[in-house]
Design a protein around this ligand. Sequence first.
Ligand code: ADP
Ligand code: MG
Length: 283
Amino acid sequence: MSIIIENLTHVYNANSPFESTALNNINITIEKGEFIGLIGHTGSGKSTLTQHLNGLLKPTSGKIIINGFDITKKDVSLKEIRRKVGLVFQYPEHQLFEETVYKDVAFGPKNLGLNDSEIENRVKEAIELVGLSYNEIKERSPFELSGGQKRRVAIAGVIAMKPEILILDEPTAGLDPKARDEVLNQIKELHKKYKMTIILVSHSMEDIARLVDRIIVMHKGNIALTGKPSEVFKNVELLKSIGLLVPQITYLMKKLRAMGMSVREEVFTVEDAKNEILKMIGR
Ligand code: ADP
Ligand code: MG
């Protein structure tokens, strides 16, 4: 299920004093099964772009074709799009509202008109996919869970729709390090197990470097750069000029190299850095 974005422009508050162009003629294709990292300074257009992919926002001009199907046509049913494209908003736990975890996760599948046993299967599967115990948690109130658990229940609600494309807008924002790792590991698992197409919006270059196949860098409503993490993070100066930093470990390796140590400069993950340093000290 490929996503083709063609000449996509989005203007908020057109023809008013508050008019602002959030997306400016974007063109990009995302292949089925790709794990994409979407990065960019605040206000660069990441959330506006992701909201077009599930039909929540309509383009001012341009098209989005998902698996050969133009989702931006007037008469397209949103239900049909959302069956294919799951969008996890920023702070998705703010949208939990049912009295039990079960009911919350079941909400989407119910709206798809599935029968009860299919709904139950999906709820169970989704809850376990995000690393929670179905039996322990299903009857609990979402409001009494920890921050990380709430976030995962909210993600389970989207996964229970069995989307082929999963978009997560800053899914770890505001979580403590342990919860962050839990959420990211589950997302990685989903990609590995189900070959889902994943678009992850994140501020953490460390997470992006470690997880994704390809990065899309946005800047002021345009795509500034796209490529594998190793290609994108080479552009230290360009990234800096648009307010982005490469992973911290990369700066450390550059420093070591500048001090005359024989390590590769282009190292983007802690794991790689460890190997480089061990190699240098001959172990
Ligand atoms: P990001 O997610 O990268 O931070 P956004 O897509 O939220 O960026 O915002 C892109 C631009 O669109 C910004 O200039 C922002 O102020 C503007 N914008 C976002 N949402 C709205 C809205 N609902 N109404 C008006 N302008 C908006
Ligand atoms: Mg945003």
